[in-house]
Design a protein around this ligand. Sequence first.
Ligand code: ARG
Length: 405
Amino acid sequence: MLTWRRSRRRAPDPLYDVPGVPGVTSVPGGVSEAPPVDVAAEDYLRLFYTENPGAGVLRERLREVRQEIARTGTYTHTPGELIFGARVAWRNSGRCIGRLYWRSLRVRDRRHVTTAEGVAVECVNHLRDAAPGRRIRPTITVFPQDRPGVPGPRIWNEQLIRYAGYAMEDGSVVGDPRYTGFTAMLRELGWPGGPGSPFDVLPLAVSMGDGPPLLSTIPGDAVLEVALSHPDYPWFEQLGLRWHAVPVISNMCLEIGGICYRAAPFNGWYMGTEIGARNLADVDRYDLTPVIARRMGLDTGSDRSLWRDYALVELNVAVLHSFERAGVTMTDHHTESRRFLTHLEREEKEGRVCPADWTWIVPPMSASATPVFHRYYEDRLLSPNFVHHPDSLARALGHRTATGG
Ligand code: ARG
């Protein structure tokens, strides 16, 4: 069994770190004041009817929505408004390089599901539905919105599939060090723990509002994973590395026209560097570059041998090679960078601003070898969007918050 040493906590990021919640980050807007629901609703409906001219008459819908808000304090999106809102939330996600296909997002409307069991079942169905025959389809499942006095469901996990991190007594970590806090929290809540491998899939934790969570393990057939091998290094396979195929972010809020869908897990497909240059490589994650460099016989005594760089490239070669061999959808950072600039051009032609955060768009390796590096972008917080609520961020890393949420 492989174990990896626990690393020091990273330096705080003043731009995104949530005050009072160590190690927790948030997008701007996720923690700021929201406009009143009737104002936000009107802005969104204007956008909806402008971009969907066949949808009907804005004025009538506005009257209806205002009445519903006066009566209930909130309002209900039509299926069409929900689908379009979810797609535009993706289009407005300034950190996402993969937005070219925003119109193709599949929306699973599960607003009628009102129990934690039902939410867990539909999360598992999402996983099966998002990757038929190993071809990944961008998909979102939308659960009930928050209503005044009646909060909707919460998924505590950061993604539907993530690996446990077990903190050992000697300070090392087995598994993903990002989730030592979350893993410990689940164990306190009654999870007996997995077999103790570096890649134990965590159970889902789902609550209704801020109530206690229901824990449920994800059936194996819903967890598509790829074992990693390298086209030229036979020893690579023996490292026993793997990663899950579908990244389904499950702790962000889908915000449409002033409505919060706090449980709305969504996925695209992976870009290789997310796994090869971050999850498996970051010093505070699986930290595998030294392991690989030693197996490659590189001189790790000197930074100037560029052993880290060589090891990083080979790890990324292995990730792309293995997904390709397994027939699982994945993109590389060169292709995706070009696609992003195509997307940007299209958006500008449509007369829209395409918000983009350079620090997230530029790939974590070979930055200057991709075209997205060589320019700047306008970044703006537009609605609809996916936003972080501090309590969800904190829970996903196993931190307790003052509000208990
Ligand atoms: N970077 C995250 C991870 O490694 C996933 C973020 C979303 N990525 C995507 N390709 N849709 O799991």
